[in-house]
Ligand binder design. Structure first.
Ligand SMILES: [Zn+2]
Length: 297
């Protein structure tokens, strides 16, 4: 505190003590917490409203033990859950976003990026590499919701594309786990170009006979849904995940009709054929391994 070193106001009966010997004021003094329970030990499940023990939920793959609500997880946790222990080798982690548009919203884009990097310890909203899934080698690419809502800018698009090309070169099946708010607003048109780039790379991968398993998790929206996420040879979705392009309110206002129950959720998309299978997180590894075996990849 720089204030502490400034000369003190002389104390007089008309001017009582406002600064104590430590240079602190009463505004800075917070009452001691009465609760002895460490913060965040319990949490309320948004699915069933029950108070659940956080450690138990985390040990259960971040799924509510009462109602199977699937909590959102970051890319590191996703990689840990899907790959065999110690088998994941990160790739393309050296890509960094620049700010070619000089974009500033509430704060300049480079400042926002740096803050997100410090918060998450990741360079951008994706984690990709080669891994073994139940002993089957594969390219694994996971979007990270904790970094700017998993939005797809140039780095995410380029990492997904390099993963596709890497899978093609090494003749490996490709697994992409999507969770994203869509294209990254701060990179504008450059974000939208990633949709075309990833889709074109997947086209070449498909022509070469590659297997692409797309896993949709809560939420998969916007430009990610409108490009690689929906181009899987097999598309899995986690239960009750929000999957869509535009939000339900926008759609309702546009078509001026009541939307059906469960609209844009995994189970609803399965009935219309947009999703092949709704898979519980606990079965995801087995299901991916099973598809790899079926296709002989
Ligand atoms: Zn629950």
């Amino acid at each position: 505190m720089t204030q502490a070193s400034s000369p003190r106001t002389p104390v007089s009966p008309r001017n009582p003590v406002v600064v104590n010997t430590q240079g602190r004021t009463w505004a800075e003094v917070k009452p001691a917490r009465k609760s002895v329970i460490p913060e965040g030990l319990w949490l309320r499940c948004p699915g069933c409203g029950q108070m659940i023990y956080r450690k138990q939920m985390e040990a259960n793959l971040h799924v509510c033990p009462e109602c199977s609500h699937h909590f959102r997880i970051g890319a590191k946790e996703r990689v840990k859950q899907l790959s065999d222990p110690g088998s994941f080798e990160e790739m393309f982690g050296n890509l960094l976003s620049t700010d070619p548009l000089g974009f500033a919203d509430m704060k300049p884009y480079p400042v926002r990026l740096r803050a997100e990097q410090e918060k998450t310890g990741c360079s951008d909203a994706v984690l990709a590499g080669a891994a073994f899934i139940k002993g089957r080698p594969a390219m694994l690419c996971c979007l990270d919701l904790t970094f700017m809502m998993g939005s797809m800018g140039s780095v995410v698009g380029e990492t997904v594309t390099r993963s596709i090309e890497g899978a093609m070169e090494r003749n490996l099946p490709l697994v992409v786990v999507s969770c994203s708010g869509g294209a990254r607003m701060q990179e504008s048109g450059l974000s939208l170009m990633q949709m075309a780039k990833t889709s074109a790379a997947l086209g070449r991968f498909g022509d070469a006979g590659g297997l692409f398993i797309s896993v949709l998790t809560d939420p998969t929206t916007g430009g990610v849904t409108a490009s690689f996420a929906m181009l899987g040879d097999v598309i899995f979705a986690e239960p009750r995940a929000l999957i869509g392009f535009a939000g339900p309110r926008v759609i309702q206002q546009t078509i001026r009709q009541e939307l059906p129950d469960g609209f844009q959720r995994s189970e609803y998309l399965k009935t219309s054929g947009m999703v092949d299978r709704v898979v519980h997180r606990g079965q995801l590894r087995s299901e991916i391994a099973r598809v790899i075996d079926y296709t002989g990849k």
